[in-house]
Design a protein. Structure first.
Length: 140
């Protein structure tokens, strides 16, 4: 299944990107201070989104380092705590395949997740859950 979505460590270029963030768009230079002011409650919105997704979709956790996937059963064992998240590197970021949407949800830097999709309605399907999590989505 990994080869359907990834070339080496990167999501295949055929996927479009929708960004999911605490903010409604990219932060400018004069707004970068906001990154240092993110509270644990604001950060928790991303875990809330993953929980909402898990309640509606079958999902698989991706480990790019080992090139393995595992069906997500127990989210509490998978999702990091705030303290764990503040002390981990890119290889340990959350990466999830949602097969029924033909999509990948990947955590990136600066409190942003990327939804990789094939313009097949995945964004529209997830917008209500993104909004319910008090997050924003946008594309370039």
């Amino acid at each position: 299944m990994i080869s359907e979505y990834f070339d080496d460590l990167d999501v295949k270029k055929e996927f479009s990107q929708e960004f999911i963030s605490l903010w409604s768009g990219w932060l400018g230079r004069d707004e970068c201070y906001k990154l240092d002011e993110v509270s644990e409650a604001e950060w928790e919105r991303f875990n809330q989104l993953v929980r909402l997704l898990h309640s509606e979709y079958e999902m698989y956790a991706v480990n790019l380092e080992n090139e393995t996937i595992n069906k997500l059963e127990d989210l509490d064992k998978y999702l990091p705590t705030y303290a764990e998240d503040m002390d981990r590197g890119q290889m340990n970021f959350t990466t999830i395949i949602i097969p029924s949407l033909n999509a990948v949800l990947a955590e990136t830097w600066d409190y942003t997740y990327v939804l990789y999709h094939k313009n097949n309605g995945a964004v529209e399907s997830l917008k209500p859950l993104i909004k319910k999590s008090n997050l924003y989505s946008f594309s370039d």
